[in-house]
Design a protein around this ligand. Structure first.
Ligand code: 1YM
Length: 636
């Protein structure tokens, strides 16, 4: 590490054309996630520099239009010396060529994200403008690029006492669409995570119209754990969390606690990169937990006859943060969000198991609270399994007699053509029944308020009448009994009034799907229908507006030649069956948002937002998120 990096260490592979041709291969996709990925690449390079002990702070500024960003670190500065063979500055080679991470003469940081600055050229390829400022060895430098090509030669801006690197860039609208924008909440979440994983590192974020926010967590992931627990709104069962850190072979840090909530919150990271799909480090942690707690319960004779403790009982209510740093991380999966180094499983398991056993034996009152919690979950599991079996038994028989009485089913039995509309209230349900296409569209009116799946226990959720009807109509079972091949409709629409109550029900249904039928969302089966709020008749032409803004746009477009006739629908019940058909049901004319799960970390944050106290705020959140994805997709 003490050796100076020099330009000759760079092995040039190829230009950046492949990146522009197939962006998805390099950043996963060109949706809002890919757009943000560019920012993470640059921030990760700065974090790498900090992890190497060369930088202490990283400052991010989002442009006023949220379509560009500026990232600065106070590290050594990207090397700028001339490459002896290529006769180009290192900075230029780094930014304009695709180079394999390990090819940098093996001088990369042992524990970096594994990219060693590889990402910066990918970002450059996909940016319409990118400028790098370097302050290194007492001299300032600047060079500009566009779409991966050099725009200006490396320029020396004279002596300076500063050190570090600043990258200013705008993702290319040709690649990401003109609507793509940075989501400041998402950026903040990611930067805060980095400040937890790299204790001591100072990060700041400036968002238009807001004060600068600093992220700095001297106690690292222990503080992260406290935040996650507070965010879940559930009390921890012990007043002290378990934490363990070892710095070598490999570096492993873990902090965990149990809460009274029924779900499990795991945040795992490898080399500072979130691994929402888990992997070997997470598997090791789970093994360690099961083994350490089972062994404690056996030695302390806490297990009554006939009660078996399943791994998921041990993890019910668990909130855990795990961070590992391995020399050569292998990431797997389409989005590279799962760690795949086999050796890491036993390393994590070994480290966590022995430390946890020691901690439990030294803190018997904590151990009692935790094991008590686990025994309760084991009992609850048995009870809820009985309840869920009952539901799946009913749904398994795809006999029409077993469908809910309120369901107006469609004639077709080909699920790929069938659509189910979950409609709020009987009167709207009646309209929908009249306006639908009987061959392919089924209507299920929902009467009461749906139970909040975020707060209620699994058994209560499954006992809820409205949700049982939904599960029965879908036919695919629920929870562990889910079987997608039995799904009776490939498109499920939530059709609710455009008012607070409607938004509330839609949100509750989405929460239920997310928590109990996540595959339904993951496979893109769930949609939110978009019934209009206004009908505008001008000159024999009819226009529909989803909201006030769209109404204003329509009125502006048609001008003031004729007096428009505007009617506002207070609810779906006020529309005629024909109107509902035209605007919301007919596949050729309707508007709807497809729900997708984007970034897992972000989804959880969002659900917390969504399931806060104020339904209006939740719906606002959904609607604010929707337009970012071209109005066709809604990220929850
Ligand atoms: C705002 C983004 O990229 N900082 C940064 C990048 C590098 C270095 C320092 C650096 C690395 C090394 C030596 C080394 C990069 N270097 C490379 C390359 N901030 C940001 N700060 N000297 C400086 O790895 O040995 C790529 S990025 F190619 F030189 F390794």
């Amino acid at each position: 590490m003490s050796e100076q990096y020099s330009a000759k260490d760079i092995e040039v592979l190829e230009g950046l054309e492949p990146v522009r041709k197939r962006p998805a291969m390099y950043i996963g996709g060109t949706d809002s996630r890919g757009f943000h990925h560019l920012l993470w690449e640059i921030v990760d390079n700065a974090v790498d520099e900090a992890m190497g002990g060369h930088a202490t702070r990283i400052d991010v500024v989002l442009n006023d239009d949220l379509r560009g960003a500026e990232i600065t670190d106070n590290g050594r500065g990207i090397p700028v010396d001339m490459h002896p063979v290529h006769q180009r500055p290192a900075l230029e080679l780094i930014l304009t060529t695709l180079h394999a991470g390990g090819k940098f003469s093996g001088k990369g940081y042992a524990v970096s994200g594994g990219l060693h600055g590889v990402g910066s050229s990918v970002v450059n390829a996909l940016a319409s403008e990118l400028t790098v400022h370097v302050w290194r060895d007492g001299q300032g430098h600047v060079q500009r690029f566009s779409r991966g090509k050099v725009v200006s030669k490396l320029e020396n801006t004279g002596p300076t006492r500063k050190r570090g690197t600043k990258v200013v860039f705008r993702p290319d609208a040709d690649i990401f669409g003109a609507q793509a924008k940075f989501d400041s909440a998402r950026v903040a979440e990611r930067m805060e995570a980095a400040s937890f994983l790299h204790r001591g590192l100072r990060l700041s974020l400036k968002v238009p119209g807001q004060e600068v926010v600093e992220f700095h967590h001297p106690r690292g992931i222990q503080e992260y754990l406290e935040k996650l627990v507070a965010g879940r709104g559930a009390k921890a069962v012990t007043d002290e969390a378990f934490s363990h850190a070892k710095s070598e072979g490999p570096r492993i840090e873990v902090a965990l606690t149990w809460t009274e909530s029924t779900d499990e919150t795991l945040r795992t990271y490898a080399n500072g990169i979130a691994t929402p799909s888990g992997g070997t480090h997470e598997a090791g942690l789970k093994q360690a937990l099961t083994k350490a707690l089972r062994s404690y319960m056996v030695t302390h004779k806490l297990l009554t006859k006939g009660l078996t403790i399943a791994p998921e009982d041990v993890r019910e209510g668990l909130v855990a943060v795990l961070s590992v740093f391995v020399p050569e991380p292998q990431f797997q999966g389409q989005t590279k969000d799962r760690l795949n180094n086999p050796e890491v499983a036993s390393q994590v398991e070994g480290a966590v198991k022995s430390a946890l056993e020691t901690w439990l034996n030294a803190n018997t009152s904590h151990a009692e609270a935790i094991t008590g919690r686990i025994i309760l979950s084991a009992r609850a599991r048995e009870a809820s399994r009985a309840a869920s079996l009952q539901v799946s038994r009913k749904t398994a028989i795809s006999h029409r007699l077993n469908l809910p009485g309120k369901l107006a089913d469609c004639a077709s039995t080909d699920p790929s053509r069938c659509e189910l509309f979950l409609v709020e209230g009987d009167s709207a349900g009646g309209n929908a029944k009249q306006g639908r296409d009987r061959k392919t569209q089924a209507i299920l009116p929902l009467r009461g308020k749906v139970l909040n799946a975020e707060r209620a226990a699994a058994s209560a959720v499954l006992a809820n009448r409205e949700l049982q009807d939904v599960v029965q109509a879908l036919g695919c079972g629920v929870g562990k009994g889910f079987d997608r091949s039995k799904l009776r409709y490939h498109r499920v629409f939530l059709l609710m009034d455009a008012d607070t109550d409607g938004h509330h029900i839609a949100t509750l249904l989405l929460t239920f799907f997310y928590r109990h039928l996540p595959e339904l969302i993951a496979y893109g089966h769930v949609y939110v229908a978009q019934p209009p709020l206004f009908r505008v008749d001008i000159d024999g032409e009819t226009h529909w507006a989803l909201d006030d803004a769209e109404l204003a746009r329509i009125l502006a477009r048609v001008g003031s030649k004729k007096q428009p006739e505007i009617s506002r629908f207070k609810g779906l019940g006020e529309m005629t069956a024909e109107e509902l058909k035209q605007t919301t049901l007919d596949p050729r004319r309707r508007r709807a948002l497809r729900i997708t799960i984007d970034d897992l970390d972000y989804t959880d944050l969002t659900l917390r937002d969504l399931m806060g106290k104020d339904p209006a705020a939740r719906y606002d959140f959904i609607m604010r998120s929707a337009p970012q994805i071209d109005g066709s997709v809604l990220d929850i």
